[in-house]
Design a protein around this ligand. Structure first.
Ligand code: FES
Length: 142
């Protein structure tokens, strides 16, 4: 896809407050560098993320969505991240079905002590979205 060389993807990150949000905080306090493309929304658990949040973000013109929570087996509510994992898989299939690149949704498990991993994840998601290009098909053009 032909695109402006100055174009930068806009990403929403839904982060579990117990792990990934704390990991993002640690990345900041440790001065880990990562792209400034992400806007973070703190959620109580990745299991709280409704697929509609993801679709709404894409509809609003964001180019990608990152969902990040506690590692499997470490969810503070026992099974929230297992529900999240299934919902993300289904939402990706839905995107594919309607002709949107499923890679616009990314998931990762980042603990509170993994600031470096959080920085790596954001760098990788940003790189992948740059390859895919802008979200022009699904974004509301109003
Ligand atoms: S509390 Fe972190 S994913 Fe559930």
């Amino acid at each position: 896809m032909k695109q402006d060389s100055q174009w930068e993807p806009r990403i929403v990150g839904f982060l579990c407050r117990w792990c990934s949000y704390a990991g993002a905080d640690l990345a900041g306090t440790s001065r880990k560098k990562y792209p400034a493309n992400i806007r973070i929304i703190k959620v109580p658990c990745s299991g709280r993320i409704d697929p509609l949040f993801i679709l709404k973000a894409l509809r609003l013109g964001f180019d990608g969505v990152l969902v990040s929570g506690c590692h499997p087996g470490e969810c503070h509510y026992q099974t929230g991240n297992y529900y999240a994992r299934r919902r993300i898989a289904i939402t990706k299939k839905l995107l594919e079905y309607i002709g949107i690149e499923p890679q616009r949704i990314q998931a990762s498990w980042v603990s509170a002590s993994e600031g470096g991993k959080f920085a790596q994840v954001v760098t990788e998601v940003t790189r992948e979205l740059k390859e895919i290009g802008p979200n022009e098909l699904f974004a509301d053009k109003k």
